[in-house]
Design a protein around this ligand. Structure first.
Ligand SMILES: [Fe+2]
Ligand SMILES: [Fe+2]
Length: 270
């Protein structure tokens, strides 16, 4: 599809039945509609211009496609990404789907999510504020402490680590799920930095879940992932460039590049 970059990956998990998962991140929608005030429209236009520059800056900095014409609206890219994902079994959104909280952004995304005919996970990014989502929307799953999609042989769990934190109770729940014996995929916004992953190491603390002098529980969580044989993948966003690394011999972390520039990851689990 024009202006869209599909990153295809195979994940070997010894499954009896293949599963396809699509992963979209960081679309940074800057929408306005007929219900928006003049101030909201002005702000949306300002942020649209900002992301025309930012998407280009990230893409050129990391030698990636910026999605053709930089003036293509984020929601046009998103519609194309959703078309690419039509045949998948599950969709994972790893945050910053909005650039900022607004009624128009919520309406734009909710309308699209409501048309999905498949299970999805939507974890919060640092540009989203869960408490500001009305309770009765599909995208309000963002408020759940832990989202779970059971695909049979594989379970996908998603949680909000956008503040680079994990609570003891949430950690305990993930540990319990991992003991169940099924293969597990974890979706979260901020990735784990791993020794030798130079591109990620060179970014600022803001882009790292296990940043220098982070709480011990963050390090414990990283060690738990390294030691688990059931966790097969971590799906993250936030970096705005594609970045994949082995966390251990069992687990690979995939950071999806910026949806605002038309990037999508497609995983074929076998
Ligand atoms: Fe982002
Ligand atoms: Fe982010």
């Amino acid at each position: 599809m024009k202006n869209i970059t599909v990153h295809n990956y195979n994940i070997n998990a010894n499954l009896k039945k293949e599963i396809t998962i699509c992963h979209i991140s960081d679309c940074h929608l800057t929408e306005y509609d007929e219900f928006s005030t003049k101030e909201e429209i002005d702000f949306a236009n300002q942020q649209t211009l900002h992301w025309q520059k930012m998407r280009h800056s990230f893409a050129t900095g990391y030698k990636e496609s910026f999605g053709g014409d930089a003036t293509i609206p984020a929601c046009v890219h998103l519609d194309n990404l959703l078309k690419v994902s039509e045949k998948s079994d599950c969709l994972v959104f790893t945050g910053d789907m909005f650039d900022y909280m607004s009624g128009a952004n919520i309406r734009a995304l909710e309308g699209r999510i409501n048309k999905l005919k498949k299970p999805f996970i939507y974890v919060c990014g640092n540009h989203e504020i869960p408490s500001q989502f009305p309770d009765d929307l599909s995208i309000s799953v963002i408020k759940q402490e832990l989202q779970i999609v059971d695909l049979g042989e594989v379970i996908i769990v998603g949680f909000d680590n956008s503040k680079r934190e994990i609570t003891p109770s949430l950690f305990k729940r993930i540990k319990q799920l991992q003991k169940g014996g099924k293969k597990l995929i974890i979706a979260m916004h901020v990735p784990i930095v791993v020794e030798g992953n130079t591109l990620h190491q060179q970014t600022s603390e803001y882009f790292k879940f296990n940043y220098p002098n982070c709480p011990q529980i963050n390090l414990d969580f990283v060690n738990f992932i390294k030691e688990s044989k059931n966790i097969i993948a971590l799906l993250c966003g936030h970096l705005h460039f594609s970045n994949n690394v082995d966390i251990s011999q069992h687990t690979r972390q995939f950071v999806a590049s910026q949806g605002v520039a038309g990037h999508i990851n497609v995983y074929n689990l076998k």
